[in-house]
Design a protein around this ligand. Structure first.
Ligand code: BGC
Length: 471
């Protein structure tokens, strides 16, 4: 039955559904700390993956290094020149990863990556080849069980990738074999997560940074932990003895809440999770990151349209799925689009009007447009608040506010860098969790400059250093 409710009622209802009250922060922060601690003590909890990276750069590292950055949306091949004094220069080439590659066999994805590296080498590195093998740092933004700095078995895909054939396999070896078959004389000498890259790259420029975070297509965090706290590493294991007494941990915090049910999920979260490629996994990520919040927004808009609360004709008749086109199809509404709709500041919301007209052929009323904007705002503001919960948990867990220096948090990712208002909401939420004076005096959020590319190069540098090779 079409609804005769005024639109503002829809907004009120969605506001209640996506509400995240200030009173919810403390318990959630404590639960987050608990799940991180459990993950350091035992398997099958929040992954808290030891990375075999035992130190942060000083900023004085120098050399020309290749890196590869496989994220959720793009592949980049980069050549970074580290000049010391925190200065670097990076050139890169970027390709969008097609849906076919994401959802097809993993071996085909890796074959494609090797082809792109070859293309980059012939375009950008002809004059600069070292005598022997070119070291390459691989930044791979998916959970891997690392067995050494250059060995990591893919635990599972996230962000809609599907190639089951490579799950459980060492992704470095798969790539290395492909490169060797092409005789490219490249040695993949390190494997890091993009959050580790963000941490390394931020520290290179801003010594003292201890936390690296991605708020992009997916979300995750890496930080420097005391080796003695990582009690799930067994005495005598390869990475038991850290030369520095510390080790970077890739938290894979997207898994927060999977087992505990601690997250304040609503009916829309439940539906998006059930329809995702991995139901029951990455529950925190599904409320926080760009891929899923845009899918949540699409899902809510589609639901209201089906109820006749959006895009209804004068008769109040709801639109059919055929009339709604891409709006009725999973993941056909991306984070950049959601950000531009939310960022529409015009009085009549013309960006929203034109987008719905051009993309879906749907006419919107002013009230439709206000509802759509409110949906985007509510979902992204909740995402920012939940993001602050993760940051606050790590700061509290590591007791970083007790240090005399500032807590530097390096952050990268499209949500943080480009989504209108996300950073403001995130900072606002930190003010709500701690107090504004503490946040201003003691916590600095720094936008990482190309964390994955530069971080991959620094990891390759550190790996060469540990093996006693020069760059
Ligand atoms: C992956 C992480 C990655 C994050 C940000 C998540 O889906 O599991 O490994 O760091 O996305 O790219």
């Amino acid at each position: 039955m079409p609804s005769s409710r005024p639109q503002s009622e829809a907004i009120n209802r969605i506001t209640k559904i996506f509400a995240f009250p200030i009173s919810a922060y403390d318990a959630l922060v404590d639960q987050f700390i608990k799940e991180m601690d459990e993950g350091l003590q035992q398997e099958n909890r929040m992954p808290m993956i030891p990375t075999f990276v035992y130190e942060l750069p000083t900023g004085e590292e120098t050399g020309v290094i290749l890196s590869l950055d496989l994220g959720g949306t793009n592949l980049r091949v980069c050549r970074t020149t580290l000049s010391g004094n925190g200065v670097f220069d990076i050139i890169h080439q970027k390709w969008t990863i097609s849906d076919e590659l994401k959802k097809g066999p993993g071996v085909e994805l890796f074959a494609w990556i090797a082809d792109r590296i070859e293309e980059f080498l012939s375009n950008q590195c002809q004059s600069e080849r070292p005598e022997g093998e070119f070291p390459l740092g691989m930044t791979f933004s998916f959970p891997c069980d690392q067995q050494d700095i250059n060995v990591g078995k893919l635990i599972n895909w996230t962000k809609g990738f599907r190639g089951q054939d490579v799950v459980g396999k060492d992704v470095v070896k798969i790539l290395q074999d492909r490169l060797d078959a092409k005789n490219l004389r490249i040695k993949v000498n390190s494997l890091i997560n993009d959050t580790v890259g963000t941490l390394l790259a931020t520290t290179y420029k801003h010594p003292g940074c201890e936390i690296g975070i991605i708020f992009g297509t997916g979300t995750n965090c890496a930080y420097l932990e005391d080796q003695k706290e990582i009690t799930k590493i067994k005495v005598g294991a390869a990475n038991y003895e850290s030369p520095t007494g510390q080790q970077i941990i890739n938290t894979e915090w997207g898994a927060f809440g999977n087992a505990s049910g601690a997250l304040p999920t609503n009916e829309y979260d439940t539906a998006v999770n059930a329809r995702s490629s991995q139901p029951g996994k990455q529950l925190y990520e599904k409320m926080v990151s760009g891929l899923y919040i845009s899918e949540l927004a699409r899902f809510v808009i589609h639901d209201l349209a089906q109820k006749g609360e959006l895009f209804a004709s004068a008769s109040g008749k709801p639109k059919t799925d055929a009339e709604l086109g891409d709006l009725a199809i999973k993941e056909r509404f991306d984070g950049a689009m959601m950000g531009s709709l939310e960022g529409d500041e015009s009085e009549t919301l013309t960006v929203i009007e034109q987008h719905f007209q051009k993309t879906y052929g749907l006419a919107t009323s002013q009230s439709d447009r206000e509802t759509i904007k409110a949906i985007c705002q509510l979902i992204s503001a909740r995402a920012a608040r939940l993001s602050a919960v993760g940051i606050a948990a790590l700061i509290k867990k590591r007791e970083l506010l007790l240090q005399s220096k500032k807590v530097i948090v390096g952050i990268d990712g499209s949500l943080f860098n480009k989504y209108p208002g996300f950073r403001r909401h995130l900072e606002g939420a930190l003010h709500e969790i701690f107090d504004p004076a503490t946040v201003t005096a003691k916590i600095e959020l720094i936008g990482a400059e190309d964390g994955s590319g530069v971080g991959g190069a620094i990891a390759a540098y550190l790996s060469c250093k540990h093996q006693g090779h020069s760059i």
